[in-house]
Design a protein around this ligand. Structure first.
Ligand code: CS2
Ligand code: MG
Length: 407
């Protein structure tokens, strides 16, 4: 399986995607996801200008050696750009190994530990009434766990404080111009609403609905301690990113004072950043993003570390990584003993024409078939790499005094 060609496909189908395509001398092609929201062209440049020449001539079967060569060997390790580039390459190598052996990824990494994987969806409401109605809609589709978000309105100042959410039917969180991307935020009003709304959801739907809320690092440690204390009796499955996820001491304080399980990880790029919080059992769920954490190889290692300390895995699964990465998550979810739950998005039909997926949703669970490798068939004839990419941006949050706030 000697690598003869490494290409990057940067294109837009509903949103931007960056796909790594690795070809071997025996004519096999493997694909990996290297999409990094708002930074795709930088990741592409890193692969095209520096990493691809390190791969040509190597045996694609030696995934660990290639991973170490790029991670350790190039010295400049870590960070979202480098680790997303490496993730795209790593996924493509695993895809190739699966295609060569005729086995799906989950069989290469130990086989299936479960028949189906429980998933949760995003549900948003601009008002409490709308949120309750939308949750009912998700329950009717079979979901037993929802990640709820809401807008907080201040009638006095006519301001609305929005939380990020990504129901693809309602559009994406990212926007097309850096000049229009500022949003206003008030943590005090939000925290009060979080308690009020969570209580109302519990009262409406009873004790069995699985509830997840993503704070998206918008609270300080002090605010989070106060808020989570009041959420304790409401039985959340987990609270995501309650504070800045790089504030490890803060996480330690929070986990010691509150019983709400913490889920964290989408901003981590290497195991160094989360080793201690796992080992100290400060989190309930590890939520690393396979596409931004260097790929399948380090995700498996991190999952094994988590297992040793009784931490479950709940991989980040947003709409801003491609169905290829989602397929990789489902394969790992199927295999590892400490799978917790998986974030799920339903991609638009146009996206699923390009990425033909090996997995299917039914009644709150995902099943994945035995197609070799990651199992995603990519229809390259539908990809227009020349003209479709449009630079996009994440919103920048500002508080009422117009100072930049954690997003
Ligand atoms: C979110 C993400 O899914 C999540 O948990 O935090 O949607 C996040 O905002 C995006 O991936 C940012 O690109
Ligand atoms: Mg999140």
């Amino acid at each position: 399986m000697i690598i003869v060609k490494v290409d990057t496909l940067l294109f837009r189908t509903c949103r931007n995607y960056l796909i790594v395509r690795i070809e071997t001398a025996d004519g096999l092609v493997g694909y990996g996801d290297a999409t990094l929201n708002g930074r795709e062209s930088v990741v592409k440049e890193l692969i095209d200008a520096h990493l691809s020449e390190m791969l040509v001539g190597k045996d694609a079967a030696n995934i660990t050696d290639i991973w170490q060569m790029i991670y350790i060997g190039t010295y400049w390790r870590g960070g979202p750009v480098t680790m997303t580039a490496l993730a795209g390459i790593d996924m493509a190598l695993w895809d190739l190994k699966g295609k060569l052996s005729g086995l799906p990824l989950c069989d290469l990494i130990g086989g299936r530990s479960r028949k189906k994987m429980e998933v949760y969806c995003h549900v948003h409401g601009t008002t409490l009434e709308q949120l309750i109605e939308n949750i009912s809609g998700k329950l009717a589709l079979g979901f037993r766990i929802v990640r709820y978000s809401f807008d907080t309105s201040d009638s006095e100042s006519n301001l609305v404080f929005r939380q990020p959410h990504q129901d693809v039917s309602k559009g994406h969180i990212e926007i097309d111009s850096i000049n229009t991307c500022s949003e206003v935020w008030d943590s005090r009003m939000y925290a009060a609403d979080l308690i009020r709304i969570t209580r109302a959801i519990r009262e409406e739907f009873g004790p069995h609905l699985g509830l997840i809320h993503d704070v998206h690092s918008r609270l300080t440690v002090a605010q989070a301690r106060q808020t989570l204390k009041q959420l304790e009796s409401l039985g959340l499955l987990f609270i995501e990113d309650p504070i800045d996820s790089k504030n490890l001491k803060g996480l330690s304080l929070l986990s010691q004072c509150c019983t709400v399980p913490i889920g964290i990880g989408e901003l981590f790029n290497t195991i160094d950043e989360c080793r201690d919080i796992i080992a100290h059992q400060e989190i309930g769920f590890l939520r690393i993003d396979i596409s931004h954490f260097g790929g399948i190889t380090p995700a498996l290692r991190a999952a094994a570390v988590a297992e040793a300390f009784g931490v479950k895995v709940a991989f980040h699964g947003p709409s801003d990584i491609s169905p290829l990465a989602h397929a990789a998550c489902y394969h790992i979810d199927a295999s590892i003993p400490n799978f917790g739950v998986q974030e799920y998005v339903n991609f638009e039909p146009e996206v699923l024409n390009v990425f033909q997926i090996p997995y299917a949703y039914q009644d709150g669970y995902i099943t994945i078939d035995n197609t070799p490798g990651l199992g995603v068939t990519i229809d390259e004839s539908l990809i227009d790499t020349d003209s479709t990419y449009i630079k996009s941006y994440l919103p920048i949050l500002r508080d009422r005094m117009d100072a930049v706030h954690n997003w």
